[in-house]
Design a protein around this ligand. Sequence first.
Ligand SMILES: C[S@@+](CC[C@H](N)C(=O)[O-])C[C@H]1O[C@@H](n2cnc3c(N)ncnc32)[C@H](O)[C@@H]1O
Length: 189
Amino acid sequence: MLDEIALKYKTDKGSQGHGHTKYYEQIFLARREQVKTVLEIGVYRGASLRMWADYFPNAEIFGIDCNPKVAARTKHKVFIGDQEDLIFLQKVIKEINRPIDLIIDDGGHTQDQHIFTFEILWPCVAAGGYYAIEDLQTCWSPRHRSTKGLDSMKYLHNLAEKVAIRYLTKIDIETIKFANKIVFVEKGK
Ligand SMILES: C[S@@+](CC[C@H](N)C(=O)[O-])C[C@H]1O[C@@H](n2cnc3c(N)ncnc32)[C@H](O)[C@@H]1O
C-alpha cells in the first residue's frame, strides 16, 4: 500500500527508487491510524509529505528544509532552516510541542547531520515511536564525510551494542533495525 502511494507521488522512497517503503510498511501497516504526528527532514518537492499524509490518515505532517522555496510546494507546515542549527531545531520542537510518532531524516545526508539531528530530535520521539535515517549509503560517500571526524555507522553500531545489553545500559532505545540503506531506531515504552 505505501509503495503504491510512493509511486503515485513519485518520491524516490518506493520500489522504483531506494526501496525504503517496504520497511516502513513492516513497522506501520498495523498501526497507521494510531500515528498522530510525523516530522520529515528534507521536503524537496513535497512528494514524501503527500505520501505520509495519505498513509497516516489521522496524522499531522510537518517538514523541515533549508530551502525556502519548498514551503510553497506543499500544504503541510514546513519549518525553514538548517538541520544542524540547534536554535532552529529547538524552535521546531517548541512549535510542534508534542511527542512525534515518526521522524525521518532525508535531508542533507552528511554524517555530521545524521548524528547532530538525531541527538537533538531523539528526545521528541514518542514512546513506541521511530526515528529513521534514510540513504545510509551516503556514509561511504566522500561528499558526505564528517568534518569533525565523526562516523554515523560507528555511532549507530555503538547504539546497537547498548541496546543489546539494555538491561544494564537502561538506554531508551527498544530496538535498532538496519535494512538496505536505512536504519530505524525505536523508542522504548
Ligand atoms: C532527498 S531531498 C528530500 C526528498 C523528499 N523527502 C522526498 O522523498 O520527496 C533532500 C532535501 O533536503 C534538504 N536539505 C539539504 N540539506 C539540508 C539541511 N542542512 N537542513 C535542512 N534541509 C536540508 C534539501 O533542500 C532537499 O530539499
